[in-house]
Design a binder for this molecule. Structure first.
Ligand SMILES: C[S@@+](CC[C@H](N)C(=O)[O-])C[C@H]1O[C@@H](n2cnc3c(N)ncnc32)[C@H](O)[C@@H]1O
Ligand code: SF4
Length: 361
């Protein structure tokens, strides 16, 4: 089964750290854009049956629910998607009015991903966010009232002003929201963003970021979140089924500008340009092909359950030299080896690239 990703490239403004592709939501192109996405979905419907649908952004909740509904219905009618499958919509808290939450639930959205970013007002301001903590609490409460029982929040590790001490405030805030899933992304300073051009001065250094990350992993475990990927934590059985497809090298189709796809062993993507996309929805570029086995291990090591020795043998990695390297990494506490499985420790996850290099050089 494949995953469907639909990119919704509209935002109220541009957050100073964000490099995801979006244009100003005041555009009059939304209706035309939805038609283009439906057009692409029509062209690619022979690719297979889907069991997840994920609206990412941008800010998908800046579309009208009726526009989102058209895409969901199309996936149900043409890709065999069921309303019981995971249907996620990313959102910015300030777009989630009571009415919108009611309508999103009604049209079949069953998983909400909310961009909370921090549990400290000062950090929200430094991140240029247009919502308060109070607003987040009200929105999450209302979402639960409307029947959402699969809610995720995004938090940024390394936000300006965040320290290994005050991260506990953000963790307490996340705990108080009592949601099913959270993603803690380490702030990446992207060159073409406002932060890239003018980096904030009060960002924690590498060692402190490592402390913050390890605190997050430890504390989330205490409050019932199981880590299943470098940046992702879920209550029991609430892992994101769609995102797991990326790390398991399962197939997915990405619709819309900047969206990536992986079908029949080929990776391709759309350019970051809504006008070009509307003009020709089938225009894509192929990505550089990595060795499939190497790509597999690279992706699998992001997951907390890592790789099995049986799979390593099947793919021809397991020999005396590889085993010795694993033992060294285990001794340095970057890797754990339990029964038939090898996986990264939280410390290892922070230096995943270096570990891959040491295993394959
Ligand atoms: C594509 S955004 C969509 C969320 C929604 N538009 C919002 O802002 O509330 C998904 C998430 O990516 C994360 N993100 C965006 N830029 C980032 C960066 N430069 N470094 C780390 N995380 C980033 C944020 O946590 C954000 O919530
Ligand atoms: S973080 Fe969200 S709201 Fe801000 S620019 Fe990126 S996609 Fe848009």
């Amino acid at each position: 089964m494949i995953g469907l990703y639909v990119h919704i490239p509209f935002c109220d403004g541009k957050c100073p750290y964000c490099d995801f592709y979006s244009i100003n939501a005041k555009t009059d192109k939304k209706e035309e854009y939805v038609r283009a996405v439906l057009n692409e979905m029509n062209m690619r419907k022979s690719y297979g049956l889907a069991d997840t649908l994920y609206f990412g952004g941008g800010t998908p909740t800046l579309l009208k629910p009726s526009q989102i509904e058209k895409i969901i219905k199309y996936a149900v009618e043409n890709y065999g998607l069921s309303y019981k499958n995971e249907i996620t919509v990313e959102s910015n808290p300030n777009t989630l009015t009571d009415k919108k939450l009611f309508e999103l639930k009604k049209i079949g959205v069953n998983r909400l991903s909310v961009g909370v970013q921090s549990g400290r007002e000062a950090e929200l301001q430094a991140l240029g966010r247009n919502h308060s903590l109070d607003q987040v609490m009200k929105v999450i409460e209302r979402a639960k009232y409307e029947g959402f029982d699969n809610i995720s929040v995004d938090i940024i590790i390394g936000a300006p002003g965040q320290t290994s001490k005050n991260i506990y405030d953000t963790l307490a805030f996340v705990e108080s929201l009592n949601v099913q899933h959270c993603s803690f992304y380490q702030l990446k300073i992207e060159p073409k963003t406002a932060f890239g051009l003018n980096p904030p001065k009060n960002i924690a250094g590498e060692d402190e970021i490592a402390d913050i990350y390890l605190t997050v992993v430890r504390q989330l475990k205490k409050i019932g979140f199981l880590q299943y990927e470098i940046s992702n934590f879920a209550k029991k059985s609430k892992e994101c089924v769609h995102n797991l497809k990326y790390w398991n090298r399962d197939e997915y189709i990405g619709f819309g500008p900047s969206a990536h796809s992986f079908v029949d062993g080929v990776r391709y993507f759309h350019d970051r340009n809504i006008n070009e996309y509307i003009d020709d929805v089938m225009k894509v570029k192929q990505e550089k092909v990595l060795d499939a086995d190497f790509e597999w291990i690279m992706l699998r090591l992001r997951l907390v359950d890592g790789v099995s020795i049986a799979d390593l043998k099947k793919r021809g990695f397991w020999n005396d030299d590889f085993k010795l390297k694993v033992k060294r990494l285990q001794y340095a506490k970057y890797v754990e080896w339990k029964d038939d499985r090898i996986f990264l420790t939280p410390t290892g996850m922070m230096v995943q690239n270096a570990i891959l290099l040491s295993l394959f050089k």
